[in-house]
Ligand binder design. Structure first.
Ligand SMILES: [Zn+2]
Length: 227
């Protein structure tokens, strides 16, 4: 995934430094000689830090999560971009169930994170994996290995060996956003860097690229939250 940043080159700079400004823009101060690739590499290697710096206060903070060990009836959790209520039910089953909302068996209530996470992982595999196949066909790329992964600071990644990894937390985002991330990673199989050609490919295959990017920027933190 890309990070937006501004590069300021200066003859006085000997070293490359990255800073996050008050308005949360990311600025890279670089020596004149630094290549775009070296700068991008440096930014990518610091993305965890940048992420923490730029997301410490989230834009959408609508979920009331009282700190407690037990689920509270009426709390909500995200699925495909929408909030759904969580209800604790007296039920013999051991699993989270999803209908018009989430129902969690009472005996799972204290293990809510694990139970919900397991459910999300299952959905991620069911919903996202076939989408990757479909989008790979659309783009005409061959993917060697596709995986749903637990990666806290990236929504997706692709390795030089044509493996695509998608963060399971993305299942909480709208389908259009999931599609954008998938197409973004698959497009890297055609074009390694974020060149104009790269963005052309992504734009061609993502109906609402800008909207999806904005959504992730504004709500990414929500996907990280565990109920
Ligand atoms: Zn990228």
């Amino acid at each position: 995934m890309e990070l937006d940043y501004t590069v300021k080159r200066s003859a006085k700079r000997k070293k490359l430094t990255i800073s996050v400004e008050r308005d949360r823009t990311v600025v890279v101060h670089a020596p004149i000689s630094a290549s775009d690739e070296a700068i991008d590499k440096a930014v990518q290697s610091k993305r965890q830090w940048i992420y923490a710096k730029t997301h410490h206060e989230q834009k959408l903070h609508e979920l009331p999560h009282p700190p407690g060990k037990e689920f509270v009836n009426g709390e909500s959790a995200l699925y495909l971009g929408k909030h759904y209520r969580i209800q604790i039910v007296d039920d013999e089953t051991a699993k989270v169930h999803f209908g018009n909302g989430f129902t969690v068996p009472r005996r799972q209530a204290s293990l809510r994170r694990e139970a919900l996470r397991e459910w999300y992982l299952e959905q991620a595999r069911e919903v996202i994996l076939p989408r990757i196949d479909e989008q790979a066909r659309n783009l005409g790329v061959q993917v060697r290995l596709v995986k749903i992964v637990d990666n806290r600071f990236r929504w997706g990644s692709c390795t030089p060996k044509d493996a695509v990894h998608i963060n399971w937390r993305l299942i909480k985002a709208p389908m259009s956003v999931i599609d954008y991330v998938i197409v973004h990673e698959l497009a890297h199989l055609l074009e390694e860097n974020h060149t104009p050609r790269f963005w052309n490919i992504v734009r061609t295959h993502t109906a609402a690229m800008l909207k999806a990017k904005t959504w992730l920027k504004e709500n990414g933190q929500l996907l990280e939250e565990e109920v």
